[in-house]
Ligand binder design. Structure first.
Ligand code: GLP
Length: 257
């Protein structure tokens, strides 16, 4: 069972930042899986403030839109460059985002997977969750064996992400995303969710049947998962009281891992 931690958002961010900070201290060549979206932004800010040294670490992003120029403010290449590479002090050549360039789409997935393998695999993968239960951009129906590939974005995802664009029309219709099979190979999954709008997806992911209709439910198949939820995101969980009890009784509720 996943460790499920239910705390105010600021405490979750501190817990996750301390955990990742300790990992990179122990292993300077840490391979960190990074997510985009609004959920992990405070975590990156807190890690930056902590002074953790990522100069020898590598990072792999989950996904990228197809067809946005890399200079577009919403391209994940640009977001990762700003929020992760520069803010945390990674060497740019050790930060990898799948290519969403039309010209190289056929090879983008296998090339990205080869880079993850060459780095020795991902030590800890930060994940958000879509309101429709997606992880990365693996939309409902994605195979649990899927690898990094082109996906068609669900309409719900385009609507959710249109807040970052001028209009719904300007949200791309395609993406390249790590597959569920790729994500499940990371050695530790760290899923964060904040807010009421995530509560139904969180419940389906943690307590619903394991189903490709809820891609995030694949985390139930992983042996090492930590799920960090604020009260609102946890508000539909049937087992919330047990999760609190179990967390308090695991190392006094102080340590992720
Ligand atoms: C986005 C990203 C996901 C992210 C999710 C939630 O579309 N592709 O990696 O986890 O949707 O986003 P947010 O954190 O902004 O709610």
């Amino acid at each position: 069972m996943a460790d499920v931690v239910i705390l105010p958002q600021s405490e979750l961010v501190t817990l996750a930042a301390e955990y990742i900070g300790s990992l990179v201290h122990e292993k300077p060549e840490l391979v960190l899986g990074v997510a985009t979206g609004s959920t992990p932004l405070q975590l990156y800010q807190q890690l930056a403030r902590s002074g953790a040294d990522f100069s020898r670490a590598s990072a792999f992003a989950l996904d990228e839109y197809v067809g946005l120029p890399e200079s577009h403010p919403e391209s994940y290449t640009r977001v990762i460059d700003t929020q992760v590479t520069r803010q945390l002090g990674f060497q740019p050549e050790r930060v990898h985002v799948p290519s969403g360039n039309h010209a190289t789409l056929a090879t983008a997935g296998p090339e990205f997977e080869a880079k993850i393998r060459a780095a020795g695999g991902i030590d800890v993968q930060i994940l958000g969750i879509g309101t429709n239960g997606h992880v990365g951009f693996n939309e409902p129906g994605s195979s649990f064996a899927s690898r990094t590939r082109v996906q068609v974005l669900a309409e719900q995802t385009r609507i959710d992400n249109s807040r970052f664009f001028d209009s719904l029309e300007s949200v791309p219709r395609h993406c390249v995303t790590q597959g569920i099979g790729t994500i499940l190979e990371a050695r530790h999954l760290l899923l964060l969710a904040f807010g009421k709008q995530k509560a139904a997806a969180v419940r389906a992911a943690l307590e619903g049947p394991v189903s490709s209709l809820v891609p995030a439910s694949a985390i139930q198949l992983h042996p090492r998962v930590s799920v960090l939820l604020d009260e609102d995101a946890a508000s539909e969980l049937a087992m919330a009281e047990y999760y609190r009890y179990a967390w308090q009784n695991k190392f006094g509720g102080q340590v992720l891992g």
